[in-house]
Design a protein around this ligand. Structure first.
Ligand code: SAJ
Length: 403
């Protein structure tokens, strides 16, 4: 039996996938409310294909509980935040989960950590727990998750994976487990290499986005079209620049690269500057709003609306979202009043939030497209008589402003 610990964005789809591919799975989470929701047959977030997978897993016999199970295989997928001061990974949730598991794990059990951690964390923070608890019989494995919110179910099956293990044989055994549903290549390596590869993948993307954001700023000064420039550059066979945007959110690309800055402050210079560039984008957008209002002779901030609250398109996840960062920044200047709307966020989470697209559009003259949800792409006509600041280059009519 496999006990999946942590039933969030990664743990839940992983548990469901394993359950629908022949494994006996029990999902454990200390959040009673979350477990209760799953036990009444409801998923806890929206994700393409997740509800169908959930129903199939229920039929296959998956169980959800707050109790840690007595078994020989555990998968840990709990959050790994970073300490805002030191920028280092905070492995407290991983360590807490491991301690609970050690109370019940069978002799010689394998604990697979999927949570993202910086290189060396398992050696520095997790192994000492095994030593202290006299559980050196336990096998530690790191199998960093790689799936992208919005396409998780597909990517669980089709992405290549990395398995880091001390012992090649154990690594191969875990590979077999993942191969039950993963149709792509699974590389077995050591733990520290697996830790590093995961952080590096997200750092590569963060640095590339920062480069695009920096180009957007340079092009703004020169009054040039950054999108046209990136499009042409990307026609070169060895150039692949990502897209500028209003900031970088989510719990991965806006977090993981800081682990390297925190651990190697004297070395990770490009990464540090890139993260600062990305973190500065919500303020850059706020400044653009101010400039455009001035140009248009607008004075009433309550007639300006932010479209989108989530960290990216077509998901309901708001973690580290650029819109929330922008609103926070505005409040720091003791200003409020911007209207906000997101079709994926039904609850009231910020001030002046609308819950219907038409109601939102009727209450503003100036729309800032913060997130390119399909909904707004399908309703472009409704923006025709508005002032528009399009942070994603999706609005093709004349007079639209860009970052
Ligand atoms: N973004 C841009 N410009 C771009 C692409 C993205 O500004 O060209 C912004 C998005 O709007 C968003 C943020 O970056 O705010 C991050 O979005 P994302 O779609 O790039 O990535 P995540 O954070 O949803 O998922 C990433 C993925 N990592 C990589 O692509 C290397 C995913 O595969 C990982 O599993 C995930 O992080 C994770 O959990 O680590």
């Amino acid at each position: 039996m496999i006990n999946v610990i942590g039933l969030g964005y990664i743990g839940l789809p992983t548990a469901l996938m394993m359950s629908t591919h022949g494994a006996k799975v029990v999902g454990t989470d200390y959040n009673k409310e979350l477990v209760a929701t799953l036990n009444v047959g409801k998923t806890t977030f929206k994700e393409s294909g997740l509800d169908e997978l959930f129903q199939d897993a229920l039929k296959a016999g998956i169980k959800f509980t707050t109790e840690y199970q007595v078994t020989d295989t555990y998968i840990i997928s709990v959050p790994t935040p970073y300490d805002k001061f030191s920028k280092r990974v905070d492995a407290c949730y991983v360590v807490a989960a491991i301690k609970e598991v050690l109370k019940v794990a069978l002799k010689g059990a394998t604990i697979v950590i999927e949570s993202t951690v910086s290189p060396g964390t398992i050696e520095k923070s997790v192994r000492p727990v095994l030593v202290a608890e006299k559980r050196e019989d336990i096998n530690l494995v790191h199998a960093p998750e790689r799936i992208i919110p919005g396409n998780m179910v597909y990517e669980l099956i089709h992405n290549n994976r990395t398995i880091g293990a001390d012992d090649k044989e154990i690594g191969e055994k875990v590979k077999e487990l993942y191969a039950s549903f993963c149709q792509s290549e699974i590389v077995v390596t050591d733990i520290k290499t697996a830790e590093m590869t995961k952080v590096v993948e997200n750092t590569f993307r963060a640095v590339n986005i920062a480069f695009a954001n920096e180009l957007a700023k340079i092009c703004r000064q020169e009054n040039m079209d950054v999108y046209e420039i990136i499009k042409i550059c990307n026609m070169h066979p060895r150039v692949n620049i990502l897209q500028p945007g209003p900031g970088v959110g989510g719990h991965c690309i806006s977090v993981d690269p800081w682990f390297l800055v925190g651990d190697y402050p004297a070395l990770a210079k490009v990464i540090d500057e890139s993260m600062k560039t990305n973190d500065g984008m919500p303020d850059f957008v706020l400044n653009r709003v101010y400039e455009i209002m001035k140009e248009k002779g607008m004075t009433d901030i309550t007639r300006v609306g932010l479209y989108g609250l989530t960290y990216k398109e077509n998901v309901d996840d708001m973690r580290e979202s650029p819109t929330l960062q922008l609103l926070e920044s505005q409040e720091r200047h003791l200003a409020t009043g911007l209207k906000v709307y997101d079709p994926f966020i039904e609850k009231d989470v910020v001030k002046n939030q609308c819950h219907d697209l038409d109601e939102f559009l009727n209450s503003v003259d100036f729309v800032v497209i913060m997130v390119k949800h399909n909904e707004i792409k399908e309703n472009m006509d409704k923006l025709k008589n508005k002032v528009v600041l399009d942070c994603h280059n999706i609005c093709k009519f004349d007079g639209v402003y860009h970052i």
